[in-house]
Design a protein around this ligand. Structure first.
Ligand code: H79
Length: 448
């Protein structure tokens, strides 16, 4: 009898605690608000791999695009890779100027490789000697300047942290080229280290906005471990935003069952990811970590249109910069950031706080974002005759071209839709944006 009552009370308590911990959709929307509105972030990929920069000492070239993978791709014994640390001395590193440029470019958050798969800590840590502070002649903290500048310029801070570790003796499965580890790996012991590092990041650089995990695909990274890590981060960081790579990949989509958003890498999903939050992370060339032999730079127009494409499908765009070993930002990256700054200065209203556009198919002339009753028409290809008919049954209240106060946009209702008559103006090579205020929520005329 007494046991029975104890059990009932215990069960009731468990239900109440569960209900108190579970987040309502409205609470989740509130927690995700800054991220939903931001739309644009900066990824900084920086580590020892910037020294070989794609080409190892013996002349071998990293065969895959990703220069940060050179140790794995060329099976460099870790004891040799580790010697790179003695050459780390980035005389030209200027984190404040990078963050200032990012802020001017319109980026609202920073993701920085505090620890990549190579296991090297790019921040000051007590949990290991294998860090930029303790193992390099530079002996300074690569994250401190970025974190301070991010706070100063109002960018949210979201450290990148790889679960995978090619160096740690307890990471399981051990990298075949890890010749420095002895004994048996113990993933639970590794997780004590990992959690200690995450705690240091929050305590010494925070408050953080969340964690951007990577390296989640080994068979040992189980659903249960993912859930445990997810819960740990949410206890550590109030209101944390966590990407889906905290858990194992699932159903061919990376970790879709966990975390707050999906993370398509180097691609933008053709139709967005309906029903999910997502963020495309993208390189400016084809590598994340700097490599001297990657000259395949995307031009700024392409990159700006990628940001627009993501926003028009309801997603975020996380754009990467890979500083050199000297700490310099490659020229084409600086150029792109400047072009973003110029475009965003005029057109930011068409990006921040917007949702996906209303049309099921992407228009032939460009992309559409939406904010309430306002549509932003990002025109890539301006119609030669100046006529654009939108398949909407709405009328319009107002229309203007962002950054062109003198230009007139006329509109009228037609049986086939809402017709715009556009002026002849100097066009923006990336996108010229028309702000169209409708008489209510967009109402589609179904395609015949
Ligand atoms: O840090 C960047 C990548 O290095 C990292 N995520 C971004 C942000 C990443 N790690 N793994 N992956 C992405 C996916 C796995 C890619 C692989 Fe391959 C394909 C591993 C082996 C084959 C690409 C090609 C990497 C090495 C060879």
């Amino acid at each position: 009898m007494r046991v029975g009552r104890t059990w009932i009370i215990a069960a009731l308590l468990a239900v109440m605690v569960g209900a108190a911990l579970a987040e309502t959709p409205a609470e989740k929307d509130a927690r995700m608000k800054w991220w939903d509105e931001a739309r644009f972030g900066l990824f900084v990929t920086w580590g020892l791999y910037a020294i070989p920069a794609g080409i190892w000492e013996d002349g071998r070239v990293c065969r895959n695009e990703y220069g940060e993978w050179i140790a794995s791709d060329l099976a460099i014994p870790y004891s040799q890779y580790a010697r790179l640390a003695s050459r780390w001395s980035p005389a030209k590193w200027d984190p404040e100027s990078l963050i200032r440029m990012a802020a001017e470019a319109g980026m609202k958050y920073l993701v920085f490789t505090t620890k990549f798969h190579d296991g090297f800590s790019m921040f000051d840590t007590k949990a290991s000697d294998w860090s930029v502070v303790k193992s390099t002649p530079w002996a300074k903290d690569s994250f401190r300047g970025l974190a301070d500048a991010a706070r100063k310029y109002g960018l949210k801070l979201m450290p990148y942290y790889s679960i995978l570790d090619w160096r740690h003796p307890d990471y399981d499965p051990r990298a075949p080229f890890n010749d420095l580890a002895a004994g048996h790996p113990d993933l639970d012991r590794y997780l004590v280290f990992l959690k200690a590092q995450l705690t240091e990041l929050q305590t010494n650089y925070g408050p953080l906005a969340g964690i951007w995990f990577d390296g989640n695909w080994s068979k040992t990274w189980t659903e249960a471990r993912g859930r445990d890590l997810d819960a740990f981060v949410r206890r550590l960081i109030p209101g944390a935003v966590v990407n889906n790579r905290v858990g194992p990949p699932k159903d061919g989509v990376n970790g879709i069952v966990q975390g707050d958003f999906s993370t398509p890498e180097e691609k933008i999903p053709a139709n967005g990811l309906p029903g999910l939050r997502w963020e495309s992370c993208m390189t400016m060339n084809e590598t994340w970590g700097y490599r001297k032999d990657d000259l395949k730079w995307k031009n700024p127009v392409t990159l700006i249109r990628m940001l627009i494409d993501c926003a028009s499908k309801g997603g975020n765009f996380l754009l990467n910069v890979g500083p050199t070993a000297e700490g310099e930002i490659p020229g084409p990256s600086l150029l792109a950031l400047r072009e973003f700054a110029a475009w965003m200065k005029v057109n930011a209203a068409a990006i921040y706080g917007t949702q996906a556009g209303p049309f099921p198919k992407t228009p032939s002339w460009g992309r559409v974002t939406r904010k309430g009753d306002a549509l932003y028409l990002h025109v890539f290809d301006w119609p030669a005759d100046g006529i654009m008919v939108l398949p909407l049954s709405n009328s319009a209240r107002a229309a203007r071209i962002l950054g062109r106060p003198g230009a007139q946009v006329k509109f009228e209702r037609e049986p086939t839709g809402l017709k715009l008559v556009l002026p002849k103006i100097d066009l923006d090579p990336s996108a010229t944006v028309i702000e169209l205020i409708l008489d209510g929520a967009p109402a589609l005329i179904p395609a015949k």
